[in-house]
Write a protein that binds this ligand. Structure first.
Ligand code: SAM
Length: 214
């Protein structure tokens, strides 16, 4: 998701209390309970876009701390605007490339990772940029508590097949794999739709989802 460069988005981000600022990110590993002021579990969404999913999750689950990560300032700005409309104490944002995620969270500090409708990077030579690639799984392996879950949803069947094939070489196991989430009553319990999920399911695209662990 790329929005037009919105004038002033960097300034709004730099001034926002909802954002953990880039200048202090390297001091964050091991300190997330201090940042939130409590010991609640930490769930993160990588590539949150405009933040619809993570904002709804944070509202529904006040006993969980959420961190939304987004690469582009112009997109993050929309998530900040949503927080200005409805402030939530258990939600923070980071503007960063998730490549550096293991520099921002400590070993095993994260209790759940969500990847929703990640960019497909269709060229083979860009496979390592895909958020469910083995290179990214190795980064998640550091920060995600042992036995905890990573959930991934997409309507892109090629990306999903790639993601499933990456599991074994990366040392992860699937607890759930579905190629049609919205037809599965049990998996749909508590499902919060992302912006892309609403858009693509409304035109009839089946939604794939896995839940993985190691
Ligand atoms: N998760 C949202 C949803 O399901 O509606 C947005 C999906 S959008 C297709 C993917 C988002 O991931 C974009 O906003 C993009 O900027 C962000 N993104 C892609 N690669 C990223 C990376 N390496 N680090 C952080 N964000 C990334």
């Amino acid at each position: 998701m790329r929005l037009r460069n919105i004038t002033g988005s960097r300034e709004v981000i730099a001034d926002s209390d909802y954002v953990v600022q880039e200048s202090i990110l390297e001091q964050c590993p091991g300190t997330w309970s201090e940042i939130f002021g409590n010991d609640n579990p930490i769930h993160i969404e990588i590539g949150m876009g405009k933040g619809k999913f993570i904002h709804a999750m944070a509202k529904e689950h006040p006993d969980i701390n959420y961190v939304g990560i987004e690469k582009y300032s112009s997109v993050l700005l929309r998530a900040i605007q949503k927080m200005e409309e409805e402030e939530l104490p258990n939600l923070k944002f980071i503007r960063m490339d998730a490549e550096d995620i293991a520099k921002v969270f400590g070993k095993g500090e994260v209790d759940k990772i969500y990847l929703n409708f990640s960019d497909p990077w269709p060229k083979d030579r860009h496979a390592k940029r895909r958020l469910p690639s083995r290179q990214f799984l190795a980064r998640y392996d550091v920060i995600l508590k042992k036995g905890s879950r990573l959930e991934f949803k997409t309507d892109n069947r090629e990306l999903f097949d790639f993601a499933v094939e990456e599991l074994e070489p990366a040392g992860w196991k699937a607890e759930v794999i579905t190629y049609d989430l919205h037809s599965d009553e049990k998996l749909m319990e508590g499902n919060v739709m992302t912006e892309y999920e609403e858009k693509f399911s409304s035109i009839g695209n089946p939604i794939c989802k896995y839940i993985i662990y190691r």
